[in-house]
Structure formats: C-alpha cells, structure tokens
Design a protein around this ligand. Structure first.
Ligand SMILES: NC(=O)c1ccc[n+]([C@@H]2O[C@H](COP(=O)([O-])OP(=O)(O)OC[C@H]3O[C@@H](n4cnc5c(N)ncnc54)[C@H](OP(=O)(O)O)[C@@H]3O)[C@@H](O)[C@H]2O)c1
Length: 288
C-alpha cells in the first residue's frame, strides 16, 4: 500500500468541509478543492489550495479524496464522476453523514474501479471542525488505514477504528438519533415547564444542572437563553439523519416508535422554515 505523501482532493466545502480542508492546508498538505458553489473555494485558494474545474478534473489530479456532502443522493452523483477518474489504488474517504447500507454500496462500487473506500463520518460540529478536533468514526481496521491516518489526524483529535465498512455510518446514525431525540425531548420539557408557569431561563439553568439532561443541552444553554439559532449544524440535515436512521432500522427490522414521532416534530420545524437554522431551532419550534 502507498505510504508516500499523497496529493489530496476535497469535494464539498460547506460548513464542515471548508473548515476540514483548511486544516489540511495548515498542516502543509497539497490540496485540490471543488464545490458546486465554486465561490466557497476562494478562501482556501487564498490559503494555497488549487481549485478544480469539476469533480472529474479533481479526480485526475489526486491520490486521496475526501467528500463532505449533504446527502446520499449527492454523494452518489459525485461518485459517478469521481470513481472512473481516480487512479487505481487511490483512496476515497467519505465523511458525509449517510446510511450504512449506502456506504457499503459505495465500497462495492469503489472496488470495481480499484479504489480504496472508507466511510469516516465525524462527530463534532462547526467549532471542532475549525479547531481540528473532530472525532472520526472509520469503518475499517487501523492497520489497513495507515496510509490515510495522518490526514485524518490533521482534521481530528481522534479516529475510532470500527473494523468493517459501514460501521462508521452505523455509529454516526446512533449518535445523531440520540442528538435529535434529546434536543426534542428537552425542548418539550421546557415547553411544559413554561406552560406550568415556570420562568424559561430558570428552567434552562436548573434542568441543565441535572444529570437527566444530555451534556449537549448544557453546551447549548446560553444560546437557548439568548434565543440564538445561528447555524452550526443545519436542522434540515438532522431531519435527513433521522430519515436515514429510520430507513436503516427498517432494513434491519428494528421498530423505532419514538424516533418516528421525533421525525414528525422536525418535519413540522421544516414546514415552519426553520431548516436553514441550527438543529437546536427545534426548541424555537416547540418552546418559543
Ligand atoms: N454541520 C455539522 O455540525 C455536521 C456535523 C457532522 C456531520 N455533518 C454532515 O456533514 C455533511 C455536510 O454538512 P454541512 O453542515 O457542511 O452542510 P452544508 O454546509 O449544507 O454543506 C453541504 C455540502 O454539500 C454540497 N451539496 C449540496 N447539494 C448538492 C448538490 N445537489 N450537488 C453538489 N453538491 C451539493 C454543498 O454544495 P453548495 O455549497 O454548492 O451548496 C456543500 O458543499 C452532511 O452530511 C451533514 O449531515 C454536519
């Protein structure tokens, strides 16, 4: 396997991808970038990246590609341009949040092109992406992923190796369904507290000081008090993740009665045009 310094491609320069790519540059890696809205590449070009004309152009130049895209549909479309144009024995690391059966499908497709594929979704949002403190959930064995580990280390504080393709996506589904559920349950409790006549700030302070509440709510408390829903993780993408978790649950035959209800709550929030705000805007939908 290839252990020389690789030339890297990065496709998908949204909230997460732009920051991850910037950290690769900071560590001195040679980087080619591409994004559908190409203006988002400019900051990285100013920092030393080169920009590709399209996905095919990027693929022909690099040894290792990271994708950080919105949905499985977008990743599939990108793969169709990427895979036929990558050199055999190059690497594709998909960091997008997708469902595990989709990751396994991409692994199979990559194999037909002689490309090494790995699902490596991330835990951590905008700030950890910016600070190089993401947690990578890699669907492979540490010994097999040695050629790409240094590049993951440039963007994250740790990589958990989960042995098999699809296990990164499996873990990510679980983390995000817990995040979605705990945010919605917390918001509903605060709504009831308000309904019973308790003061909102008092409720937030007391509830987040108890062990029944997820630590994430404590991290979000000041933003909730200020009713600040500026986007770190778009609500529309956590709704996408709920749907992917439900699809996965159906594939493996596990009923998800509470997640089905939670999906309705986030769908309502989308209907209220809150999709571009932070996922915590479910609080706005349910409480304010
Ligand atoms: N934000 C977080 O906290 C967070 C944390 C962990 C994982 N994630 C996951 O990471 C992925 C990216 O999230 P993000 O927050 O960075 O989202 P984002 O800012 O909305 O970025 C989405 C990316 O996908 C591209 N894209 C969307 N539709 C496309 C299409 N039809 N064709 C080509 N490209 C398209 C966007 O290109 P344009 O710029 O042209 O729209 C952009 O590069 C998602 O899977 C998300 O669930 C997010």
């Amino acid at each position: 396997m290839n252990t020389r310094k690789m030339k890297i491609g990065f496709v998908g320069l949204g909230i997460m991808g732009s920051r991850m790519a910037a950290n690769l540059l900071k560590e001195g890696h040679e980087l080619v970038v591409y994004n559908r809205s190409i203006d988002k590449a400019q900051l990285l070009v100013d920092q030393g990246a080169s920009v590709a004309k399209n996905v095919k152009d990027l693929a022909t130049q690099v040894d290792l590609v990271f994708t950080m895209l919105s949905t499985p549909t977008v990743v599939r479309k990108t793969a169709a341009e990427l895979l036929p144009n990558l050199r055999p024995d190059s690497w594709w690391v998909d960091c997008s949040t997708v469902n595990p059966s989709f990751s396994r499908e991409m692994a199979q497709l990559s194999k037909t092109h002689g490309v090494n594929f790995i699902d490596a979704p991330v835990a951590g949002s905008k700030a950890p992406a910016e600070n190089g403190e993401l947690l990578f959930l890699a669907g492979g064995l540490e010994k097999n992923l040695k050629p790409i580990s240094p590049y993951l280390d440039s963007m994250g504080k740790k990589t958990i190796f989960l042995n098999e393709i699809g296990n990164g996506a499996n873990m990510k589904m679980l983390i995000n369904l817990m995040l979605a559920q705990s945010m919605a349950t917390f918001s509903e409790a605060i709504a009831l507290g308000k309904g019973m006549g308790l003061h909102q700030e008092l409720l937030l302070n007391i509830m987040t000081a108890t062990p029944v509440v997820s630590p994430v709510m404590g991290l979000l408390k000041d933003r909730l008090v200020a009713e600040n829903f500026d986007v770190n993780f778009p609500l529309k993408w956590i709704h996408k993740d709920i749907l992917l978790a439900l699809e996965t649950a159906e594939e493996v035959g596990v009923p998800m009665p509470s997640l089905n209800q939670t999906e309705i709550l986030y769908r309502d929030a989308l209907d209220k045009d809150l999709g571009e705000l932070d996922f915590s805007a479910i609080y706005k939908s349910l409480v304010i």
